[in-house]
Write a protein that binds this ligand. Structure first.
Ligand SMILES: NC(=O)c1ccc[n+]([C@@H]2O[C@H](COP(=O)([O-])OP(=O)(O)OC[C@H]3O[C@@H](n4cnc5c(N)ncnc54)[C@H](OP(=O)(O)O)[C@@H]3O)[C@@H](O)[C@H]2O)c1
Length: 248
């Protein structure tokens, strides 16, 4: 396989910015996507280009995203996007409505559709969440379940990561409150039914920092020796503070 070239959608997020940093530090080629209507576009450009990444500010339209993926020919596409209800009232200026349907599902689905026609096909790495099931009634988790189903129905080689809470001293907790609530409540519900509740809860829903998650994602989805295992359908969950293949 050729040298990795990552296309990171959601590069400005807590996880995304760490992924760009960790990958650049490892000498991996990175294209960091920043929405063109970001009030901080110039700051993100300076930060990411300073790390050695290329910044892509294509608008979130099917035509533009399809064109830019065809131009960059990434080996790996990372979908690290997500909104919160709190963002809707923050006047962040995105052309895309701050809803789970439009962002969490809609933009990720657009990215998947843009990746499918590429030759060679890239590996798609999707940041889902702990607690996702096909039948969940939680809107946040349901959007993730739909993305996972879309990936499974696609021809792409893909990896799904379902971490618990992603947090650390370096993040704005207010924006993540509802995600934390969704993940924890789903986890309590699921794990309350099994023995060893406390220990299992700790292992699967322990927090990770963005940097820990980014390093784990890279390790699980890139092999430095060029001998990559078959990844199609691989699902990673958090166990004892690191990402592991989910038990089937
Ligand atoms: N945080 C957690 O505990 C947790 C746990 C499990 C899974 N997850 C999932 O993992 C993913 C990344 O999480 P995170 O905490 O790193 O996210 P985050 O810091 O909130 O970043 C979200 C990203 O999505 C982009 N985005 C949001 N609304 C947008 C819109 N309307 N138009 C265009 N881009 C938009 C943001 O772009 P701008 O910066 O330009 O606004 C940013 O790059 C999300 O899908 C999240 O749900 C999170």
């Amino acid at each position: 396989m050729s040298a990795p070239r990552l296309f990171v959608a959601g590069a400005t997020g807590y996880t995304g910015r760490s992924l760009v940093e960790v990958a650049c530090a490892r000498g991996i080629e990175v294209v960091a996507h920043v929405r063109p209507d970001s009030a901080r576009l110039d700051q993100w450009r300076a930060r990411f280009e300073g790390l050695g990444a290329t910044v892509d500010a294509s608008p979130w339209t099917t035509e533009a995203i399809t064109t830019t993926l065809a131009q960059h020919q990434p080996t790996h596409v990372f979908g690290l996007l997500g909104t919160t209800r709190a963002r809707a009232g923050q006047g962040l200026g995105s052309a895309v409505p701050e809803t789970y349907e439009a962002v969490d599902y809609g933009l990720t689905a657009m990215l998947i559709d843009a990746a499918v026609p590429l030759t060679p096909a890239p590996r798609f790495v999707y940041l889902s969440a702990a607690g996702v099931t096909p039948t969940t009634r939680n809107a946040y988790l349901a959007a993730r379940a739909r993305v996972e189903a879309k990936l499974a129905a696609s021809a792409l080689d893909y990896v799904i990561a379902r971490p618990g809470l992603i947090t650390g001293d370096d993040r704005d907790e207010a924006r993540t409150g509802e995600r934390v609530g969704a993940v924890v409540m789903q986890g309590l519900s699921a794990l309350g039914k099994v023995a060893g509740f406390g220990r299992a809860l700790h292992r699967r829903y322990a927090t990770m920092t963005g940097a820990q998650l980014a390093a784990g994602l890279l390790t699980c989805t890139l092999q430095s020796d060029g001998d990559e295992p078959e990844c199609r359908g691989r699902v990673l969950t958090l166990e004892a503070g690191t990402l592991h293949d989910a038990a089937t």
